[in-house]
Design a protein around this ligand. Sequence first.
Ligand code: CA
Length: 226
Amino acid sequence: MRILVVEDEKRLAEALAQILRENRYLVDLAFDGQEGLDNALSGIYDAVILDVMLPAMDGFALTAELRRQKVMTPVLMLTARDQIADKVAGLDSGADDYMTKPFSPEELLARVRALMRRQGEILPDEAVFEDLTLNLSSGDLRCGVRSVHLNYKEFEICRLLMANPRAAVSKETLIVKVWGYDSGAEDNNVEAYISFLRKKLAFLGSRVGIEALRKVGYRLEGNRTC
Ligand code: CA
C-alpha cells in the first residue's frame, strides 16, 4: 500500500511517515500543494493524507482538482481547524474523511484502514496463491511448515504478483509501485529482487515460480515442475 502525505510542517510530515512506515505502508512526502497535486495525479497511490493549509495550493483546491481529473484515490484531510464549515468544505471538495489535529497514531491508522476499506479494497490478513501464504502484517511468506521473512521490497513485489495471480505485472509497474516513479530505479533493480524472491521460493520448497515474460513482465505460475 502506497500513501502520499502532503504536509508542509516537516516535523509532522516525518512523524506521519514514520507511523505509517512502521505499519508497512510505503510513504512518499510532498511539502506543498502543487508538489502534492503533481504526485497524486500519477494515480499510483492507495490513499492521500492531505493537510488543508498548504503553500502553493490548499487541500480543498488540490482535492477538487484531483477529482476533476478523475483521480479517485481516497483522501484523508488533516487540519488543526475543527470548524464544521471546514469539514463541509473538505467533504464537498471530494475528500473521503476528515481528521483534526492533534490525533493519536491509533486514530490515524484506523482511519487509513477505513479509507481503504471504503475504497472497496479488501484488506485480508493474508494473500494466498497455490501453496503460498503471505502474511500481510508480518511480511512472512509461508509454504507448508516452512516460512521466510520478506524484506520491504520483496514483500511489495510478492504482494503485487499475488494480487494479480496469473496476470503479468510489468517491470514499469513494479518500479513505480515499489521504488517510486522518481526513484531512478531500473530494470536491473527489479531483476535483482525477482531473483531474491525466487531463491526464497526455492528455500520454501514451493511449487510456485515467477515466470518472466519477455517485454511484458512477471507473473506467478503454479504447479511448477522442478
Ligand atoms: Ca499546514
